[in-house]
Design a protein. Sequence first.
Length: 542
Amino acid sequence: MEMQFATVWESIADRIPDATAVVQGKTRRSWRELDERAARFASFLARQGVGQDGKVALYLYNSPEYVETCFAAFKRGAIPINTNYRYLEDELVYLLENSDAEVLVFAGALGERVARVRERMPRVRALVQVDDGADLVPGAVFFDDVIASHPAEPRFTRPEGGTYMLYTGGTTGMPKGVMYDASAFCAGMLLGHGVRGLPVPTTADAIAPAVEALVAKGLAPRTIVCCPLMHGTGLWIGAMVTLHLGGTVILLEGTHFDSDELFGTVERERATDLVIVGDAFAKPMLRAIEEAEARGKPWNLGSLAMIASSGVMFTSEVKQALLRRHDMMLFDIMGSTEGGMGSNITTRANATETAKFNLNPNVKVFTDDGREVAPGSGEIGMIATTGNVPIGYYKDPEKSERTFRTVNGVRYSFPGDYASVAADGSITLLGRGSACINSGGEKIFPEEVEEVVKLHPAVYDCLVVGVPDERFGEAVTAVASLRPGSSAGEADVLSSCRGKLSAYKLPKRVLFVDVVQRAPNGKADYKWAKEHALATLGIARR
């Protein structure tokens, strides 16, 4: 049996047809139903001419239809194209054109944007609208009508290899499609077995029997995906890893993260796993737990065994506060769309430091001039991963050449993250080079400063940027929000940072806002932070 997502999930559906695969509110899909609906949608895709390496764009909030569309695309040997639901008309058109999308599946709530650009996407041959109560966009068909009107596409043998792709916004420029070998990527999603201490299946044929045994023992995960499926953390760790374990993907109903909805869902569905994006999700979760305790009606967290996080700092202080409320495993993953780098596991018995990770096998740290950083040397370098290195960026050979390059005869991915290497071989993540601040010739990584600012008890969230400065080139500037009911002044916050940071890293200013703006996946919006800082300080953009 070939190692392809569709083939693997079909084999699992055959073994555990009545087990629950996807849940959202009152909607429940068994594995049999998930496979059947995906096969019917695959039949529709076939009639649209979507074949091997064809592109199906998903302009959707989290929903069962998101999972079904991905499965259907995989059945055709096609590529599901994640499309950020925050994109407005021009960004949407760019993504559809750049990806060569042939079919667009979209949420009804986003239909007005789709209608306004219909004439600007000539490659898109079909519009499919998920019915959420909005009027049908002219020329579109409802998703469930497609399912009802098409027979299930017969299964067929799929070749090994092929392409899988995920678009990443990155920190600069327009979104870019990161291409992987589809079979190798599918195999990579078996990491969930290893994290749980289970034997990792070595062939596609071995996956379904292993999954069937897990389900029979009641060990298959019930995972709430707290972050958007349109990003790698949600889709890969939340959905793909869970499905590879024969588990249940549980989706929240709200289009904005709500901690009370989350914990109500934990109780109702007896969830075992949560997938989040660092403190951006963990802090609101912790606050909801504390508020429920204060009301005298604490949430029942008894079913939770693991919280997995990736993409944003998951600080040790927040981890410890969560562990004081409930004993579980906190799995913190350092990675990017371009490759996994390291991880750490925190439990009550095993505390870890913020941003300190154990390297994955085949991961190294290189200086800018190509030397490998020696452990304990104090040098800073760029993290490089090998193994399942992406094929490249779709339609961007120049950036592909810069990011995926060969050192000493070995091909590496250089996502752009800098780190130092401790004497024991562990690394401390410093941040993305594109966000680095150059002040007086010194490199300053925003994440390091942000974590120190957030140690002040009144500070809830913070982003740090560089603004133009005549003397230093760039001045370190913090944009911070305070905890509800707390108060603090700029001098107070700056004073708390002294002694925790080298003098050149200290913020020159702290600017307070009601809410620090982040993307739906919790990642930093440095563009917003910089624009706010420039406007507040009356500095013209250079």
